[in-house]
Design a binder for this molecule. Structure first.
Ligand code: NDP
Length: 440
């Protein structure tokens, strides 16, 4: 997903690699991903999640005949949810948090009230639907095709708006065009766009997309209940694990503001369209499949998947927390009971000022430079496992995430090499493996 390496290709990239990364591949994704979202939804809903049927003439005809048109109810659901999350973000109390210094030397400000927003959102969704009967708790699944097609189109247009906003009315000095319109639309023209004072990355990445994901899978479980009169234990495991993961996300929201999506990737198609249209479909695909394919597993297996999944969430969280704690305390902490092994990494921002960061070289960050991606993948496997092995498509998220994280680990290495130079080399010499010891 990230792009410093896409946008500012390192010197060792040749012409072909640069053109491929900045034009050919972005154009390919722009053309392929919106129809893919609709095709994935259609395959899950009408073709039993079968990749072979999806690729057959019968499958293509079925998908085309059932193409979901954007609808007013879908637009209403999307905007009601967005408005609700905006109000929660602005109104709920929360501490101020200053994000990392940007390449141009700015520091974005956030309000940390994600945990409260998570509870209010779920209480409101379940209370107003299942409790008061204002709408069906299966509302998201019932309008899913139209919601996804509306999101695909709306987000495409919104990214165009962001392109011009960043180019002509940027919110900060971390903005500008590279001159390649394909790449600028794809990657974005602004790092931290704001609208009427609202940080769009926090609103759309966190409160719309991640919060939306947690509500969507709950709605899917209610749909299974409506169809079969019961919720299978496979669905329970999937929904519970995703919600533990997403609750952790909001608990750790300040950490997310130091992640690549926020501090490095600009807000263009790659991130903005990704969080608004790709996440709601691809990330919930396996749970969408479970709605009409209930998964009744042996309870010990269901329990084992849940416990193992929660363990993976903890490892991932603990790894993220270790590197943040080390920086927040300026190294005056312990990592796995020992003094942290630290590398001082110096860098210069666009305004010419010199800065220094700490790189942790023991704990999870001593196993490999991106070991925390391994539990991220393990967790996904745990919540997808209830779909079984009859079809590959419900596993699509895991395939996608593997490619994404392997690529991301490589690009982060390049980004840090560029930022820290010799000091990053020292870290690489100390921690040899990129993601998984002896494998990658
Ligand atoms: P990372 O957590 O990998 O952070 C990368 C940044 O951390 C680097 O750019 C560098 O930034 C800093 N850093 C790197 N090495 C060290 C070190 N040894 N010590 C201290 N700081 C270091 O960012 P991600 O955004 O990839 O991941 C954040 C979380 O999001 C993870 O939990 C990941 O699993 C999850 N994730 C989930 C995805 C999904 O779709 N499900 C996709 C991607 C990530 P600096 O410039 O500050 O030095």
């Amino acid at each position: 997903m990230t792009t410093t390496t896409l946008g500012q290709a390192p010197a060792r990239d040749g012409f072909f690699a640069t053109t491929f990364r900045t034009s050919v591949f972005p154009l390919f994704l722009l053309l392929v991903t919106p129809p893919l979202v609709i095709a994935l939804w259609g395959t899950i809903v009408f073709l039993d999640g079968s990749l072979l049927r999806m690729l057959s003439a019968e499958g293509v005809t079925t998908i085309v005949q059932n193409l979901p048109a954007p609808s007013l109810p879908a637009l209403g659901i999307i905007f009601a949810f967005l408005a609700f999350e905006l109000v929660l973000m602005l109104a709920l109390p929360g501490k101020k948090f200053l994000g990392p210094i940007t390449p141009a030397g700015n520091r974005p400000e956030y309000k940390l009230n994600g945990v409260a927003a998570y509870f209010v959102t779920h209480a409101a969704f379940i209370g107003l639907s299942a409790g008061l009967g204002w709408f069906s708790p299966a509302i998201v699944y019932d309008h899913l095709g139209a919601i996804l097609s509306t999101l695909c189109l709306f987000a495409l247009a919104f990214c165009l708006f962001l392109y011009f906003k960043g180019a002509y009315f940027p919110s900060s000095s971390d903005a500008g065009k590279t001159g390649n319109p394909v790449f600028d639309y794809f990657w974005g023209t602004e790092l931290h766009p704001r609208l009427f004072g609202v940080g769009l990355k926090q609103l759309l990445n966190c409160r719309f997309s991640m919060m939306g994901w947690s509500v969507m899978v709950v709605s899917y479980a209610f749909k299974e209940l409506e169809l079969y009169g019961t919720v299978s234990n496979g669905m329970l495991v999937a929904v519970a694990l995703q919600n533990v993961y997403l609750f952790k996300f909001f608990y750790w929201e300040s950490g997310y503001f130091t992640s690549l999506d926020i501090m490095h990737d600009r807000f263009g198609y790659y991130i903005c369209w990704g969080v608004m249209a790709w996440v709601p479909c691809v990330y919930t695909l396996s749970t969408m499949f479970l709605v009409t394919h209930p998964s009744h597993m042996a309870w010990p297996l269901a329990l084992a998947l849940f416990v193992f999944g929660v363990f993976a969430i903890w490892v991932n969280y603990d790894a993220d927390a270790q590197r943040q704690r080390v920086r927040a305390t300026n190294g005056k902490t312990t990592v796995w009971g020992k003094a942290p092994l630290l590398i001082k990494a110096r860098y210069t921002t666009g305004d010419g000022k010199q800065h220094e960061n700490l790189l942790l070289a023991n704990g999870w960050w001593g196993i490999a430079r991106h070991f925390h991606y391994v539990p991220e993948l393990t967790l996904a496997a745990c919540w997808i496992a209830p779909v079984g092995f009859a079809h590959a498509l419900p596993w699509f998220y895991l395939f996608f995430l593997t490619i994404l994280l392997v690529d991301r680990a490589g690009r982060d290495d390049l980004r840090c090499e560029k930022k820290y130079g010799r000091d990053w080399q020292t870290y690489k010499e100390t921690v040899r493996w990129r993601m998984l010891p002896f494998v990658y």
